[in-house]
Write a protein that binds this ligand. Structure first.
Ligand code: AMP
Length: 114
């Protein structure tokens, strides 16, 4: 069996986290190194390594992650906006090889991100 990813270990409680949302397709928890007052990671239960690895079959799942991000943003009171980001691969500075959508908000964000 494949080694569990860091985020699978978070999903099953092997690694502690502050979980903010869970359903049968995904889970969301606060980033351990927040870049803004709200910084939440939304992950599919399916351990897709990165955005580069999604297929046509994952379309609904990836749409679901965005929908969940909007719900959490509302719950977090991010009425002035927020940012969602998939880091992908080396140039995208992805550090955990389990697909995750960053939800970042609660302060004025800058662009370009660097
Ligand atoms: P990325 O660099 O896009 O792959 O994002 C990985 C994110 O996971 C980073 O923002 C880390 O701060 C976050 N992270 C790593 N380990 C943990 C953990 N144990 N609990 C919560 N967030 C984590």
């Amino acid at each position: 069996m494949a080694e569990k990813t860091l985020f699978q270990k978070i999903a099953n409680g092997e690694i502690p986290s502050e979980m903010v949302y869970e359903d049968d397709q995904c889970f969301a928890f606060r980033d351990i190194n927040p870049q803004a007052p709200t910084h939440i990671l939304i992950c599919p239960r399916k351990p897709i390594p990165s955005l580069d690895d999604i297929t046509e079959d994952d379309g609904e799942l990836v749409g679901h992650l965005s929908l969940v991000a909007t719900r959490i943003a509302a719950e977090e009171g991010l009425t002035n906006g927020y940012r969602t980001v998939y880091n992908c691969g080396e140039h995208g500075q992805q550090s955990v090889p389990h697909l995750h959508l960053h939800l970042i908000g609660g302060r004025q964000l800058n662009w370009p991100p660097g």
